[in-house]
Design a protein around this ligand. Structure first.
Ligand code: DX5
Ligand code: ZN
Length: 220
């Protein structure tokens, strides 16, 4: 049963050939398209914004997972909804009123994902875990693709799994950063449900085949 999901990250795509990239993506077994938005403030890099995402959204029918590495992401709930996004993914570190932001994302008809940087403990989500649809653990510092996976993220996944189960919550666990053939099976065993993968897939000779392989590995 293929119940675990693969979400290729567009950050690693060839931006000069988005049509061609979306062609393999659409015929692959990829489940979600992960879109990394950066503001040069919360993270030390700038990626792409709404005009590029609107273009990409027209090129696929698969669910969009919009990862906002920006300050004040709540300002853009309407724009993300208008993209047709399935998941709006905000950082705990940029949302002082996270409960309200999660509610507003739900009111806009999207699933709410909350991301944690490597140094932010999972315990910060204890009082909101029942309200969120997805918790995404950054397994590298956000801002760049192609970084090395932080090994002790595996313990963090296990703690989060325990917290979700202990509270009878239903949030999916997503990971982002350094996910590849080596790390994906370990993460899956620790309890991850959704795997974002940038360079490992877009850098492969046959990206669609790499998605199939990763999907088999995580679904054991
Ligand atoms: C990093 C981004 C990731 C990135 C992952 O800040 O949030 O989604 O694309 O890239 P890889 O899989 O290359 O680590
Ligand atoms: Zn991301």
């Amino acid at each position: 049963m293929n119940h675990k999901l693969i979400a290729p990250s567009l950050l690693a795509a060839d931006f000069g050939n988005l049509e061609r990239e979306m062609e393999w993506f659409n015929r692959s077994e990829a489940d979600w398209l992960h879109l990394d938005v950066m503001d040069g403030v919360f993270v030390p890099n700038i990626s792409f914004g709404f005009p590029v995402m609107q273009h990409v959204a027209r090129l696929t029918n698969k669910p969009l997972d919009v990862h906002l590495m920006i300050v004040q992401p709540e300002k853009f709930i309407g724009e993300v909804r208008d993209l047709g996004a399935a998941v709006m993914n905000v950082h705990q570190e940029t949302c002082p009123h996270l409960y309200r932001t999660v509610q507003q994302i739900h009111e806009a008809g999207m699933k709410a994902a909350v991301s944690l940087c490597p140094a932010t403990p999972v315990s910060t989500l204890e009082d909101i875990i029942q309200d969120v649809d997805v918790v995404m653990l950054m397994t590298v510092e956000p801002g760049f693709g192609g970084q090395k996976f932080i090994e002790h993220s595996l313990d963090k996944v296990r703690s989060l799994r325990q917290m979700i189960d202990a509270r009878g919550a239903h949030a999916l666990i997503e990971v982002d950063g350094g996910v590849n053939r080596q790390t994906a099976p370990l993460l899956s065993a620790a309890g991850v449900d959704v795997f974002v993968t940038g360079s490992a897939v877009f850098g492969a000779a046959d990206p669609a085949a790499e998605v199939t392989l990763l999907k088999q590995l995580v679904n054991g």
